[in-house]
Design a protein around this ligand. Structure first.
Ligand SMILES: [Zn+2]
Ligand SMILES: [Zn+2]
Length: 163
């Protein structure tokens, strides 16, 4: 990421400028800035032909990330959830990072999910939006009709649909 970006370029950039985090001016973060996720951005855009879950998300971003207990798809992702997450991305016009989509029962148990979590049915995802407080992501997600559980400790949100 070039450090000489014009403000205009920053506004339209697909990713959050890394230089923001490196700026000495940001060493004393305002309280609300601590709500922003501290996870690093993915190293590079994923280059692939898909298949796509929605306009900006690859289906593989939602696959079960277990170590071989399943083939990655113990259930199909609910299309309505995928559309709502795409709408969430549209609302912020920034990348939204999926940290967990569908899970097999074994993976769900490993990560401490509740038994019969909506993740096991492809009806839930965990996500964050770099640069946006998780509380704001949660607020907008609720306006889109998503059920939301906020995880302040790790600054991400669990979103789900019920039908
Ligand atoms: Zn699995
Ligand atoms: Zn979750």
């Amino acid at each position: 990421m070039a450090e000489t970006q014009s403000p205009e370029a920053v506004e339209t950039a697909e990713t959050v400028p890394v230089s923001e985090a490196e700026s000495p001016a940001n060493t004393e973060a305002a309280p609300e800035e601590r709500l922003v996720i501290e996870h690093p951005l993915p190293p590079a855009p994923i280059i692939t032909d898909g298949p796509w879950a929605s306009a900006h998300f690859l289906m593989e971003e939602y696959a079960c990330d277990c170590d071989g207990y399943c083939d990655g798809w113990p259930a199909e992702m609910a299309p309505e959830l995928l559309e709502k997450i795409e709408a969430l991305r549209y609302a912020f016009d920034r990348p939204v990072i999926i940290t967990s989509g569908v899970r097999c029962d074994q993976r769900n148990a490993e990560v401490g999910g509740i038994p019969n979590s909506w993740h096991c049915f492809g009806h839930a995802a965990d996500l964050y939006c770099p640069g946006i407080p998780y509380t704001e992501v949660a607020r907008v997600a609720r306006t889109l009709g998503l059920g939301v559980i906020e995880y302040p400790g790790q600054a991400f949100d669990h979103v789900e649909i019920w039908d």
